[in-house]
Design a protein around this ligand. Structure first.
Ligand code: FES
Length: 173
């Protein structure tokens, strides 16, 4: 028969391990431990979760809320408030079209519409095959180069709907 101490140890190990068996949860657990499960560490923990999984799924938000003993509504509120968190899976390629005033008056909306039509994806969404995520921004800080977009991290100035489509097709297919 196992000693009481061994039983406690076994129980703790089982408690520590996420039921899914997904090792990425260990990364989140490490951050939780580093911050001693303090509720103030919520943003740090969400950052780790997003880095490990690519986006914050409902399951992750529930897990973090449970571990930090915070209401789920609070965790969800923080995750949706900060633009650097995303609650949806991201595509292999990423296109952010600036829709700020300077870009808007230079046909940025037409660029978005062209991408939307070609790939069947609305801003804030990812194509079904997971190849392209489309997003819009309020101002990318390069108004002199309007209309501007960022494709896979590269800033592209003075874009046109036709030029953008050609460029995205080249990159995404
Ligand atoms: S409005 Fe597009 S970069 Fe400023």
């Amino acid at each position: 028969m196992a000693s009481p101490t061994a039983a406690v140890r076994t129980k703790r190990r089982a408690d520590d391990e996420h039921p899914s068996g997904d090792p990425r949860f260990a990364l989140i657990d490490r951050t939780l431990k580093r911050f001693q499960y303090q509720q103030d560490a919520l943003i740090e923990v969400l950052h780790t979760a997003q880095e490990a999984f690519g986006f914050l799924s409902d399951d992750l938000l529930i897990y973090v809320a449970h571990q930090l003993k915070l209401p789920l509504s609070w965790v969800y509120g923080v995750a949706t408030f900060y633009h650097f968190f995303t609650l949806k899976p991201q595509g292999q390629h990423n296109c952010i079209v600036c829709m700020g005033t300077a870009c808007y008056v230079k046909r940025a909306a037409e660029i978005v519409a062209a991408l939307q039509k070609e790939y069947g994806v609305a801003p804030g969404e990812t194509t079904r095959d997971g190849l392209l995520s489309l997003a819009t921004a309020r101002c990318l800080g390069s108004c002199g180069l309007a209309p501007v977009l960022v494709l896979d991290g590269e800033v592209l100035p003075r874009e046109t709907p036709e030029g953008t489509l050609a460029r995205v097709k080249q990159q995404v297919g």
